[in-house]
Design a binder for this molecule. Structure first.
Ligand code: ZN
Length: 306
């Protein structure tokens, strides 16, 4: 029996099985949400799945704190500041603290929480205010934030609507929740099908623009401002080509984020050096965003003032 972890309905349609049948992906027939059928077993193993912070090398960290990342984060913070009344920010699942660092440099009063001890240790070594705290911990109950950020988090949690409600609770009026999550409706997923590298035991929920919008407006008091599906990572196209050539992708092995990032960085460098390639990529990205087919859903939600 398979239970939707967005609405708990047991009416579902199996979409496909990845990793030789061990990862069954279903669509809920009641709310439309796409989820991993065996998500409870995945969660039980999450301790070992999330132990990667301790394995990051100095080079990995250097790359993660690199200037293109910082520039993107500054842009995000600028947009958040436009709507916020104050500058108090909570980064949920702050990882090694890249955003905290940038937020601190940009004069935000930012704090981070993460369940990973390794991640919090890395933050603290840099003097960043992070703690190993659950989002539902009572120590947060009386705190209020002007902005809450949840990057690539909501696909990992068993009750995503609860996370949206908690964000609403902890936001100041007019405060903004910014979140990102892989786009199940993306071109890459449509091209790669069950070989989409995002299908992974760590990822138990798969969002599309419609299901993210519906969950926010129906299950929390947050108002969706915009949900975009921008950008296609060069590595998605390469994964597709690899898939076409080799007939398989790396399903079932841990997501090698650093290899993926290296590939993206090399491709970005090539794009930077060639004007023709750059123009083609910009045109492609524009078309992809308009069609809602980008790799990542980027959602902006606001807590109404009344
Ligand atoms: Zn459902």
């Amino acid at each position: 029996m398979s239970t939707c972890h967005a609405c708990t309905s047991q009416n579902f349609k199996q979409l496909f099985c990845a990793d030789h049948g061990s990862l069954e992906v279903n669509r809920c027939l009641s709310c439309g949400f796409v989820y991993l059928a065996n998500w409870k077993q995945s969660l039980e193993k999450s301790g070992e799945l999330y132990d990667y912070y301790g394995r990051l090398t100095a080079d990995d960290l250097q790359r993660r704190y690199s200037s293109p990342n910082r520039a993107r984060q500054r842009e995000l913070l600028k947009q958040l500041a436009r709507d916020a009344r104050g500058r108090r920010l909570l980064d949920v699942g702050c990882g090694e603290g890249q955003l905290l660092q940038t937020a601190q440099d940009e004069d935000w009063d930012a704090v981070g929480i993460d369940l990973s001890e390794g991640a919090v240790r890395l933050c603290r070594e840099r003097g960043l205010p992070a703690s190993q705290t659950d989002f539902f911990d009572s120590s947060l109950d009386h705190q209020r934030f002007d902005a809450i950020v949840m990057s690539e988090l909501i696909e990992h949690v068993p009750a995503p609507a609860r996370f949206l409600r908690r964000a609403e609770e902890l936001l100041e009026k007019d405060g903004t929740l910014y979140l990102t999550t892989p786009n199940f409706g993306s071109l890459a997923r449509r091209m790669l099908g069950e070989s989409w590298p995002v299908i992974h035991p760590e990822h138990i929920g798969y969002f599309e623009r419609s299901t993210l919008r519906a969950m926010a407006s129906e299950e929390s008091g947050l108002r969706p401002i915009k949900i975009e599906a921008n950008n296609i990572a060069p590595s998605s196209l390469v994964a597709w080509l690899r898939h076409r050539v080799a007939g398989s992708a790396r399903i079932g092995t841990p997501v090698d984020r650093d290899a993926e990032r290296n590939l993206d960085q090399n491709l970005r460098r090539a794009l930077h050096q060639s004007r023709a390639l750059r123009t083609s990529k910009e045109l492609l990205n524009r078309a992809i965003s308009l069609a809602g087919l980008g790799d990542t859903l980027v959602g902006w939600f606001q807590k109404p003032a009344s």
